[in-house]
Design a protein around this ligand. Sequence first.
Ligand SMILES: [Zn+2]
Length: 422
Amino acid sequence: MTNEKHFGVPPRRRVPASPSRLKFLRPILHRASFVFPITRPPIEDGAVLVAEGVIEDVGPFRLLRRQWPSAQVCEHQDGALLPALVNAHTHLDLSGLAGKVPAQGGMAQWIRRLLAAKERMNGLQLELAHQRALTSMRSFGTGIVADINSSARFAERIVEGTPITRTFLEVLGLQTDSLEQALNRFPERAQQILADGQEEISLSAHAPYTTSAALLREVKAWSGVREKTVPVHVAESEEEIMFLQSGRGPLRDLLEERGLEPDRWSPPGCGPVTYLDRLGCLDRRTLCIHAVKVSKEEIELLSRTEAGVCLCPRSNLFLGHGLPPVGRFLDAGVSCGLGTDSLASNDDLNLFNEMAVLVERCGIDPETVLSMATLHGARNLGLVQRYGSLEKGKRWLAIRVGATDGESIVAAGCRGEVEWVT
Ligand SMILES: [Zn+2]
């Protein structure tokens, strides 16, 4: 599915594709039974022309072969070429908690168990699990991952063979009135990394029920001038809706225990999407993670403001929240990326398994879920100029799956039958 409103912008070219220059660069023509560009229908016996890591052309093999007779041909028969997947939401620093946090008892109870389990792990265990998680995601075809980081630990180096990572340092505090105050709880090094303005590191606000209005606004302002996306957990559980409506319920007890002083905070008396909009925090660079418990009006708000959504259906099922209204989001033109969330609320980090749930349980067609796991995710993270589809001018970051139609591609991906194409 292609949404013109969101995806109509042509990708910016990096290198001019003059024939003489391409000849000099010795382009490679990747040929497959099917090419899934995502922004247009699949191409049978398709090909992608690549030079120096940039896509120069996409189309039927015969046509491209005629146009580029000197290109080296690389065959990927009996399979399909797809853009690398974009996992738009996870928490790598929770990877060590796989299988350690039972879901029973509701959201507040689960968060309690999660925090206790994390405290029992040592730094080395968490770091090793983090690295294993990155490697496993790559093996499942994920090329880009958006990681919410609440530990302020940053990898010292890019590890080869792992996805491109966008890290969002998570801030919260119901009684925290400024970003400066929120960042003070992090080590100086983390603050310095943010101040340095690296492309791959920015900010996330945890959720409207844990973050003050002033802090939400400041995070959005900080990110806005840097043209960065702000991920926020939104409308995940009934407990969250109850707390925002009335200031009561199990989440209030949890916040009290954590010293977040919910009694000094005024509930907005509305749903979280409406609340973000009232604060001026809902726009095309806001990424609403989960969005399960949203009203019809809030779906319209998301559409009107062009805010992105990241759906994590298996995590929602694990925690007993039900499934998000994905069909209604798509009908309203809302850009819906997919995420696995962390291993604390999911069996694995294979994004194809999220796609399978949306196909089997929500009746979404397989080609649409493939576009959600690639193009929508890249758009929502502000990376659509470079990634998310196989289009002229974008980076060559692609996978081969040994199947040729949407449904069998999702099934093969669930079995881990994915290869990287270089
Ligand atoms: Zn999350």
